[in-house]
Design a protein around this ligand. Structure first.
Ligand SMILES: NC(=O)c1ccc[n+]([C@@H]2O[C@H](COP(=O)([O-])OP(=O)(O)OC[C@H]3O[C@@H](n4cnc5c(N)ncnc54)[C@H](O)[C@@H]3O)[C@@H](O)[C@H]2O)c1
Ligand SMILES: [Zn+2]
Length: 364
């Protein structure tokens, strides 16, 4: 098992560990039970992950002597809403959960974001431990302390920064992950390859077969590498004042496509198109070498992530969704662009005609 330490401030009070291994639920339970995080634990999970892993984790925790309970909510993004926060809070009160307790978010990014949010406000805040079970959550959402719920007006509009008390990643959970969810996570892995280094990018290029077959040692190495990258970025810029924004590579257009399609497009596919668009814009405006752009497009295509922008997604709807991003983020639409693979930067504005041309060039 590999342990990474996330250092967040000099007092170490919010610093914590990320533990990564294969088939480690018993050890996760032991580490939680032996920690001084809380006197009592409540696992919060969705009904799909609850059936697969909820009772198992609960049984291990109980065996290790940690007083524990389980709360289950319906799977899916539709549960990431305020009503779920209220429902979970009421169940916690009914269980008699107090400030000496901690929550355990077991599941994908939805369980992580929702449980993290509840933990950050329940009785003014109790600790939250992340046990991510999707590739997306293992490489991205469980690390960094962002929590959120959605509003009818848009995704992730209510949220907090609240660092987890620990992150425990069991790669064996990926054995049961449906292909579509695996693909979503792969898009984020490719994103890290593009923004971090030529070396990681090349490792992905040469490991296509192992990625497709979910080869265990290869996945373990890649997940460890990506978690190390994310932790490093969060350590330097916890509140997304600057550097952390590079994690939005491919996401500016990606989010707009998801919203314009009313979330018919999967996140991974939308981000994949967004990454190709960002590479094309980078070549046009900042001289990203043609070879780098081709390699990015080839890797995305080889992993079957690329999708074209459907004809029925109106240009004006995409641009309106992009403008909404601008409202959230000051006076300009921020794109993360590239000088080379491994050299991202945040750009403050892409000419409208280039944006339109790039979008048209990616239509089916
Ligand atoms: N906080 C952050 O920094 C951050 C970053 C990226 C994304 N997110 C959020 O993450 C969410 C998306 O997360 P997600 O893609 O993990 O979706 P998800 O949590 O909805 O999980 C996807 C589906 O897979 C199922 N599942 C989970 N683990 C499984 C397993 N091991 N085996 C079988 N099925 C399993 C779930 O029940 C669900 O139906 C979004 O709400 C997004 O906003 C947050
Ligand atoms: Zn993403």
């Amino acid at each position: 098992m590999k342990k990474l330490k996330v250092h967040l401030d000099r007092r170490q009070s919010r610093s914590h560990e990320i533990c990564i291994g294969y088939d480690i639920f018993d050890r996760i339970a032991m580490m939680i039970a032996n920690s001084r995080i809380a006197a009592r634990y409540v696992i919060v999970t969705d009904d799909c992950v609850g059936t697969l892993y909820g009772e198992t984790l609960l049984a291990h925790l109980t065996k290790m002597g940690a007083r524990s309970d389980l709360i289950v909510f319906p799977a899916g993004e539709r549960s990431k809403i305020f009503q779920s926060v209220l429902d979970i809070a009421v169940q916690l009160l009914d269980l008699g959960v107090d400030r000496k307790s901690a929550l355990i978010a077991l599941g994908g990014g939805v369980a992580g974001d929702l449980t993290g949010f509840v933990a950050s406000v329940y009785m003014r805040g109790i600790p939250c431990i992340q046990v991510p079970t999707t590739l997306m959550a293992q490489v991205d959402s469980s690390i960094g302390g962002k929590t959120a719920i959605d509003l009818p007006q848009g995704k992730n509009l209510l949220g907090t920064f609240c660092q987890p008390a620990g992150v425990f990643i069991d790669i064996k959970c990926l054995d049961t992950l449906p292909d579509a969810e695996y693909q979503n996570g792969l898009a984020e892995v490719v994103k890290y390859g593009i923004i971090d280094s030529e070396a990681l990018f090349q490792q992905l290029e040469s490991g296509l077969e192992m990625i497709r077959s979910r080869n265990r040692p290869f996945l373990e190495a890649i997940i460890q590498r990506v978690c190390t990258i994310k932790k490093g970025i969060v350590e330097m810029d916890e509140r997304e004042q600057g550097l952390r924004r590079i994690l939005n590579f491919g996401h500016t257009l990606g989010h707009a496509l998801e919203a314009a399609s009313r979330y018919r497009l999967a996140h991974g596919n939308a981000v994949a198109v967004g990454m190709i668009a960002a590479a094309r814009i980078s070549q046009e405006l900042y001289g990203l070498p043609a070879e780098d752009r081709t390699r990015i497009e080839n890797l995305i295509t080889s992993l079957s992530l690329a999708c074209r922008i459907p004809q029925d997604l109106a240009m004006e709807d995409i641009l309106t969704a992009l403008q909404r991003d601008k409202k959230k983020d000051g006076d300009a639409i921020h794109f993360v662009l590239l000088k080379k693979i491994g050299f991202p930067f945040v750009n403050g504005g892409v000419p409208d005609d280039l944006l339109r041309e790039t979008i048209e060039g990616l239509r089916s």
